[in-house]
Design a protein around this ligand. Structure first.
Ligand code: CA
Length: 715
C-alpha cells in the first residue's frame, strides 16, 4: 500500500515537473540524477520526459507510445539507416514491444523466450527460455507469440505461454521466482500479453476465450510472486459462492448454463494503470462460444465480456465498467490497447481513456468514472448502425444476429477486428491517434448441433467459403476487398484526419515521435515513417518479412535509436495463406535503426520447392469440403487459409505426408513430427476427420497444379 502511494505521488510530481519546464533539470543533469538513483520509484518521476529509456510497455503509464525524442524528424529522416540486427529462431511470430533500460534492450520472442541485448551494439547479454512444452499448440489460437516483458526495479517479468508468470534478474537473466497463474494448468488458457507493473504489484491476464475457459486477471507481489488478488471477468457456476458481489450482479446478465462452456472474457492483452486515480484498467476479451444460443440462451449482456473494467489497483475491487459489445457474439474483444489522455472536449478538459476495439467504434470514456463521452465508427461497420449517444450502447443490426436467422451472414469488421492487438499511438501535439486498422469481413453462422469440444476452437465462424477450392482469379478479386490502413484519427472530433492505404490487413503497431513522425511496419514487410500531420510517407526499409510488432525509441549518448521486431506470425500473418504472398516467410529479427546506420540484412534467398504431382490420387469432393472446414478451424492458423502455407508452418500442398493416409495419420493424429513443432491432434479429431483433412489437402494440391501454381519459397 505504502509503496503504491509513494509511486502515485512520484508520478504526480513528474507531471508537475513536466508542466513547469523551467524547474525541470537540464538533459545532462537529469541523466546523472537518473543514473545515480537506486530507487526505481524516484526514477519513474522522469518516465514522461525520459527519452533515453522505454521502461513501460506503452512507454509511460498513459500508454500513448509517443516519444519526446525529436532528434530524428521530418527534416532528417532520410538519414535513418539500419545500425544492427539480431536474428531470432523462425519457429514463431514476433509481436513484442521491446523495453530499453540503461543501455540494455529486453525482448520477448516466440515461445516466451527473453533476450537481453546491448542496446548500442546488439551484443547478446543473456537469454532465458522458460521451456514451454510444445504440445500447447493444440490449445492456442494464434501461435506461440509474446507481446512483451515488464520491468521493475532490476527485475524483468514475462508471462510464459503455459500460464507461468516469471521474474528474472535484469542483469543476469537468473530466474528469481515463478508463479503458475492457472489453477488448472491443463485448462485451455495461455499467456501472450505483457505483464504490467504498478506500485509493488505485477498484473497479468490470459487468453483462451475460444476454448471454453473463464477469464480473469491477477495481481502478484512484484518482489515475491505471491498472489495478492484475482478478479474474474465473468461469473462462474451460480451453485458455488460468487467470488464477489459484482459477479453476483454480472450473473444476472447471463442465462442458461454458461459456466459449462466457459463464457470467455479472457484479458489477453491490454492492461493500463492510472497512478493518480490508482485505477487498474482491464481490456476484456470476447464471449465464448460465439453463438449466444449455446452460451446464454441468446439473451443478456454477458458482463464483463468485451468491456473495459476499472479496478482498484490495491484491492482488485470493481470500480466501473463500460461494455463496448453487449452480449458479444462476433469475437469483438475489447482487449485492444487503451490510451489515457487529457482532451479538451466541448471547452472542458477531460481525463479520458481511449480504445479502438475490434468492433470498429472508437471510444472516448471518462477514465475516473467510466462515463461514456463519444463513439464513432473508424472502419467499415455493418454489425451495428452506430452507438446510441444517450445510452452508449451499439444499435445492433438485425441481420447480424446469425443465431436468429440461421443463415450465414458476412459482416464488417471481421473476427480479426477493425483493430487488433497491434498498438495504436497518440501524439498530444497533433492530437491524433494513429491506428493500424483492418478492412476485412467475416462470415458467421450458427453451427447446427453444436457440441463443445475439449480442445476445439468453439467458434461460430462459417468456414465454407475458405474450404471450397476457388480459381486464383477469384481469390485475387477477393483480396481486393481486403486491406489495412494506417489511420490518423481525431478523438475529439471523432473523425479521420488522414489515412494511408496498405495492401493487406494485419499491419504493425505504431510509434509516434516528437519529430512529427509515425513509424509503422506492414504485413508485406515494409517498415516506414510518415509525416504525423499529413500522412506523407517519408522513409521506408525492406524488412524481408512482416513487421507486426510496435516500434520503440531510445537514446544512447544523445543518439536516437528506433527498434522494432520483425517476423511474420500471429493470427493474420500465419493464416493469411491464399490471401497473401506465400513467399513472404517468417524471418524473425530485431531491427535497430539510427542516423547514419549502414548495416545490411543478409540476402533473403531461399531454396524453392516444387509441388509434388498427386494428379492420380482420387478425391471425394464432399469429404474434401468437410475436411476444408476442419482445416480452416484447426490447421489454417498455422498452415494458412486455403492450405497455402502462410509463413511459419509448411505449405501442406507440398508435403510428402499427404500422399498416404497411414503416414498422414502418424503426423496428424500421433504427432511423430512433434520435435519439429507439429503436435498430434488426436485429442481433438478422430480418424474420419483425418481422412477428410487429407482429402482436402490433396484436392488443394491438385487445384494448385491446375492453375500452374507449382513452385514456392521453401522453409
Ligand atoms: Ca477471440
Amino acid at each position: 500500500m505504502l509503496r503504491s502511494i509513494t509511486l502515485a505521488s512520484a508520478i504526480i510530481l513528474s507531471i508537475l515537473a513536466v508542466a513547469c519546464s523551467e524547474n525541470y533539470p537540464g538533459e545532462d543533469e537529469r541523466l546523472s540524477s537518473v543514473a545515480a538513483t537506486s530507487d526505481f520509484e524516484t526514477r519513474l518521476r522522469f518516465v514522461e520526459s525520459d527519452t533515453d529509456n522505454w521502461i513501460l510497455h506503452g512507454r509511460t503509464y498513459s500508454g500513448a507510445r509517443h516519444s519526446l525524442a525529436a532528434q530524428i524528424s521530418t527534416r532528417n529522416i532520410d538519414q535513418l539507416g539500419l545500425q544492427w540486427y539480431f536474428d531470432l529462431p523462425r519457429d514463431g511470430g514476433q509481436e513484442a514491444t521491446p523495453l530499453v533500460v540503461d543501455g540494455v534492450i529486453y525482448i520477448s520472442a516466440a515461445w516466451s523466450i527473453v533476450h537481453a541485448l546491448d542496446a548500442k551494439t546488439g551484443e547478446r547479454l543473456w537469454s532465458y527460455d522458460p521451456n514451454v512444452d510444445r504440445s500447447i499448440l493444440v490449445k492456442i489460437c494464434c501461435g506461440p507469440v509474446n507481446r512483451g516483458v515488464a520491468y521493475w526495479d532490476g527485475k524483468i517479468y514475462v508471462g510464459a505461454l503455459d500460464g507461468r508468470l516469471i521474474a528474472l534478474a535484469a542483469d543476469s537473466g537468473e530466474e528469481l521466482w515463478s508463479s503458475q497463474t492457472l489453477d488448472d494448468p491443463d485448462a485451455s488458457y495461455s499467456i501472450t500479453g505483457a505483464p504490467l507493473v504498478a506500485g509493488d504489484k505485477v498484473f497479468i491476464g490470459n487468453g483462451g476465450a475460444e476454448f471454453g475457459v473463464r477469464g480473469y486477471v491477477t495481481a502478484y507481489n512484484a518482489d515475491t510472486g505471491e498472489k495478492i488478488w484475482r478478479f474474474y471477468t465473468v461469473p462462474g457456476d451460480p451453485d458455488q459462492p460468487y467470488e464477489n458481489d459484482i459477479l453476483k450482479m454480472a450473473a444476472k446478465t447471463w442465462h442458461g448454463e454458461w459456466w459449462k462452456v466457459g463464457g470467455g472474457g479472457t484479458a489477453y492483452d491490454a492492461l493500463a494503470y492510472d497512478p493518480q486515480l490508482n485505477l487498474f484498467y482491464v481490456g476484456v476479451g470476447n464471449a465464448g462460444p460465439y453463438n449466444p444460443l449455446v452460451r446464454t440462451q441468446g439473451k443478456g449482456d454477458n458482463l464483463f465480456v468485451s468491456s473495459i473494467v476499472a479496478l482498484d489497483a490495491d484491492s482488485g475491487k470493481y470500480v466501473w465498467h463500460y461494455q463496448t459489445t453487449p452480449g458479444d457474439s462476433w469475437d469483438y474483444t475489447a482487449t485492444q490497447n487503451m490510451i489515457l489522455a487529457d482532451l479538451e472536449i466541448e471547452g472542458t478538459s477531460r481525463e479520458v481513456i481511449m480504445q479502438a476495439p475490434k468492433n470498429g467504434f472508437f471510444y472516448v470514456l471518462d477514465r475516473a468514472t467510466g462515463e461514456f463521452i463519444s463513439a464513432e465508427a473508424f472502419e467499415k461497420v455493418t454489425w451495428a448502425s452506430g452507438v446510441d449517444a444517450e445510452t452508449g450502447r451499439p444499435i445492433v443490426n438485425g441481420s447480424a444476429k446469425y443465431w436468429l436467422t440461421g443463415k450465414s451472414v458476412t459482416l464488417f469488421p471481421s473476427a480479426m477486428g477493425a483493430h487488433n492487438w497491434q498498438p495504436m499511438a497518440f501524439n498530444p501535439d497533433t492530437g491524433l491517434v494513429y491506428i493500424p486498422t483492418n478492412h476485412m469481413p467475416s462470415s458467421f453462422q450458427a453451427e447446427q448441433n453444436f457440441k463443445m469440444q475439449p480442445l476445439g476452437r468453439n467458434t461460430g465462424i462459417d468456414y465454407t467459403e475458405v474450404a471450397v477450392p476457388v480459381d486464383p482469379a477469384l481469390v485475387a478479386k477477393a483480396k481486393q476487398t481486403l486491406r489495412g490502413n494506417l489511420l490518423a484519427w481525431d478523438p475529439v472530433r471523432q473523425k479521420p484526419a488522414w489515412s494511408v492505404e496498405l495492401a493487406e490487413p494485419g499491419n504493425g503497431g505504431a510509434l509516434s515521435t516528437a519529430g512529427d513522425l509515425v513509424f509503422q511496419g506492414t504485413a508485406l514487410g515494409e517498415f516506414a515513417a510518415y509525416n504525423a500531420t499529413s500522412g506523407e510517407k517519408l522513409w521506408s526499409f525492406d524488412a524481408q518479412t512482416s513487421v507486426i510488432a510496435a516500434p520503440v525509441s531510445y537514446q544512447i549518448n544523445g543518439e536516437l535509436y528506433i527498434a522494432v521486431l520483425a517476423g511474420r506470425g500471429g493470427a493474420l500473418g500465419r493464416s493469411a495463406g491464399k490471401f497473401s504472398d506465400p513467399n513472404l516467410i517468417n524471418r524473425s529479427r530485431l531491427l535497430v535503426f539510427k542516423r547514419g546506420g549502414q548495416a545490411i540484412l543478409p540476402s533473403p534467398d531461399e531454396p524453392m520447392l516444387t509441388l509434388p504431382d498427386l494428379t492420380e490420387l482420387p478425391i471425394n469432393s464432399d469429404v474434401a469440403v468437410q475436411g476444408g472446414k476442419l482445416y480452416a478451424n484447426l490447421c489454417a492458423s498455422c498452415h494458412g487459409f486455403g492450405a497455402v502455407g502462410g509463413s511459419l508452418a509448411p505449405d501442406l500442398r507440398y508435403s510428402g505426408f499427404i500422399r498416404d493416409q497411414v503416414a498422414f495419420d502418424q503426423v496428424v493424429m500421433e504427432g511423430i513430427l512433434r520435435s519439429q513443432g507439429m503436435v498430434g491432434f488426436k485429442q481433438v479429431i478422430n480418424p474420419d476427420h483425418s481422412v477428410a483433412l487429407r482429402q482436402y489437402l490433396v484436392q488443394q494440391n491438385q487445384v494448385a497444379r491446375k492453375f500452374g501454381d507449382t513452385e514456392r519459397v521453401g522453409r
